[in-house]
Ligand binder design. Sequence first.
Ligand code: ADP
Length: 424
Amino acid sequence: MSTFLLRSSTIRLGIFISTLIIAVILIFQLAWLKKVYRFEQKEFDHGVVKAIKGLYEDLDVNVYYSTHLNELLENPESHLYLAHIDLPVNYDTLVSYLQYELEDFGIFTDCHIGIYNSVQNKYAYTKILTLTGAKDRTNTGLPLPVRKFNYLAMYFPNRQQYILSQMNFWIFSSAILLIVLILFSTGLYYFYRQKFLNETQKDFIHHFTHEFKTPVSVISLAADVLKNEKIIEKPSKLAMYAGIVEYQVHYLQGQIEKLLQFAYSESGQLHFDKKEVDVHEVVIKAVNNLTPIINEKNAQIIYELKASHSIIQVDEGYLLITITNLLDNAIKYSKEPRIIVATENDDKILRLIVKDNGIGIEKSEIKKIFRKFYRVRRGDTYVTKGFGLGLSFVKTFLDSHNGKIKIESTPGSGSTFIIELPLD
Ligand code: ADP
């Protein structure tokens, strides 16, 4: 396995494990918070029960001692407690005892109380106990459960907020942990991205050197031969070497053109001169441009230009580069290229389809191939020449023309690139 593959896969494994660990930490933290919340709820309930027990002792009524506390206390909903009580009772004494007991058992939140008279089926007395003292309010928001016995109702409207406020430390520490985990994940992500960019950049320099070195060496060799005076006597050889030089220069021009397109698109200097263009004509031009590689690979180009509306508003030069890039790839990445170039349209969209019978692209690679410099590795080496810039340009072109691209591909059987451009 190559160093790049090893490194990127190791980093990916690292990220996977870290994500798993982060997920486990978060799950544990959430479970822990839930546990603390339940504990605080229980503590609150215990506090209230103890306060009521204390109240019974303060009121010093025998019946309360002889009966089990559970039978005297009801908790019909989480915010509401009903405690049996005998009437008549001195309301003010009861309120002051209760306030004292609640504070004693650490219940520091508003408590709406009511003394229910079962004969009249209503509250005979209501009050709101706040941290700053007891207040008379007509609207206490107290529910009125109908019972056959007299009771003291204690309603805590802010029970949940109070419990949460008791958990401040845990919530705060969880938030800090979450922030740390987010920062850690972001750092990890940027580290991976940087690593990926570095590797792609290194690959680019490697391809760049390779793409330019070979033609330059070939031209230099041909020039050496052409310098020989005797070559004049062999016109066929002269023509052959001149042809080689011409081919290589043409190739170099093509590569320089690609780099220039990229440099312009990177610096935002691509100026689109949109006008009405017949896509079918541009397809023919692109195929003509590719004659050398078509001949070299003995490629078969099959036209299925069926679109009835083939005229769109685009920059012709850039559309030509886009179609050329797609066709060039289709030929490059096929062993015995049999390329179908088709068009079709509906009311709104013109579709250009380039279908090849080449090596295909793995599903996981499809999104990546539009990144600049990205090239799919097959084994230890790249099978074909290129900079990994062709499709990145295609994407830039389509984005600026409200176009879309779709790829359907089966590794080993071939790929279909479908470009969609708006007709208006
Ligand atoms: P280049 O061809 O110069 O490497 P591109 O940006 O045109 O750069 O393509 C990026 C990558 O996408 C290529 O390296 C290749 O791996 C893959 N690719 C593009 N077109 C095809 C195709 N028709 N069949 C198989 N692979 C393709």
